[in-house]
Design a protein around this ligand. Structure first.
Ligand SMILES: Nc1ncnc2c1ncn2[C@@H]1O[C@H](COP(=O)(O)OP(=O)(O)OP(=O)(O)O)[C@@H](O)[C@H]1O
Ligand SMILES: [Mg+2]
Length: 322
């Protein structure tokens, strides 16, 4: 449905995005994850035909976004980072206005307008001036204009940014529901959000893709390590010495919040090695009390940090930068 091939974008001589390639299947929800300045919005602006890439190509539903921009755009609904809302229009008038711009006729507009108002739960606010709406509801108006012309692809740039926690939950649900009948790309720098909503995640850092996977696989497939949590009653130093000698253990961190009644360790182990029974054995052999032994996936935060830090170590910034 979406094909992106070797896209690079320079702003002047600054490379905001370099050599990005990926594809999105019909019906998939793809998350674009990256810190500020990673290049998420730049990539989205290119995909929506908002601006051309410096090099590389992209197509939506088979239409090249530069050569066949008009056809490509018919398939796309776009929620930009800053939604161009007209604050003195009512929700209803604004949607009619956007429908007009997109060449929809009066009948289509009337029908779709009531549909999108319902889908985005804006029924109570259709005659409200947009300027009077809260940020969360403005964002819904932004989403409603994005789906007005029934595009099959939705591109949402940080759809939950700046919204309070209650409205965030509702907006995420709305996005999830939209994912049932749209191919969807959303960007975010909130890691749990992406793992909640998306089928697949692309982690982008300094204009490049550093990882692509399903949220649940990122932890093990890409980090090269797994973690085990262990709670034991016994003498800390001796326990540490014994644990360190177990084959496959890379690193042990002691959690200091337990108050001393027992010890909790986070153990980083070689990928693909399940050493839980070995750990249990040494604890029992030493007559310590084994309270808990559990395999932990890495959190997206940890994966993200690990990936981006490794990237920085491979390509260190020159010292005179900034
Ligand atoms: N119009 C522009 N002119 C010059 N540089 C730009 C322009 N737009 C973006 N940049 C730079 O390009 C890089 C990527 O920006 P982009 O907006 O794509 O990042 P982002 O991942 O969306 O970040 P954020 O999370 O802050 O929205 C940044 O370093 C940014 O400063
Ligand atoms: Mg952005």
């Amino acid at each position: 449905m979406i094909e992106v091939s070797d896209i690079t974008k320079f702003y002047g001589d600054f490379p905001a995005v370099t050599g990005i390639s990926f594809s999105v299947e019909k019906g998939e929800i793809l998350g674009f994850l990256g810190p500020n300045g990673a290049g998420k919005s730049t990539t989205m602006k290119i995909l929506t035909g908002f601006m051309p890439p410096t090099s590389g190509t992209a197509s939506i539903a088979g239409f090249d976004i530069v050569e066949e921009s008009l056809n490509a755009r018919k398939h796309i609904g776009y929620l930009p980072e800053t939604v161009p809302l007209y604050l003195d229009m009512t929700v209803s008038d604004y949607l009619a206005f956007m429908g007009n711009i997109r060449g929809m006729n009066g009948k289509e507009i009337a029908q779709r307008r009531s549909d999108v108002i319902e889908i985005c739960h804006l029924e109570e606010y259709s005659s409200t001036i947009i300027g009077k709406l809260s940020k969360g509801y403005r964002q819904r108006v932004g989403i409603s204009q994005a789906i007005l012309h029934e595009p099959d692809v939705l591109i949402l740039d940080e759809p939950t940014i700046g919204i309070d926690p209650i409205q965030v939950v509702e907006t995420r649900q709305l996005i999830k529901d939209l994912g049932d009948n749209h191919t969807l790309i959303l960007s975010s720098h909130i890691l749990p959000e992406v793992s909640l909503i998306c089928d697949r995640v692309i982690i982008i850092h300094e204009g490049q893709i550093v990882a692509v996977d399903e949220p649940e696989n990122l932890g093990t497939n890409l980090s090269g390590v797994e973690r085990v949590e262990l709670e034991v009653k016994g003498p800390n130093r001796e326990i540490l010495a014994v644990l360190e000698s177990v084959d496959g253990v890379q690193e042990i961190e002691r959690d200091t919040v337990t108050g001393g009644a027992f010890h909790r360790y986070q153990i980083t182990v070689d990928l693909g090695k399940d050493i839980r029974s070995d750990l249990a054995k040494v604890v029992i052999q030493n007559n310590w009390e084994l309270l808990k032994l559990q395999s932990l996936g890495m959190t997206l935060e940890e994966i993200f940090l690990r990936l981006t830090i490794e990237e920085q170590q491979l390509n260190p910034e020159p010292e005179h930068a900034q």
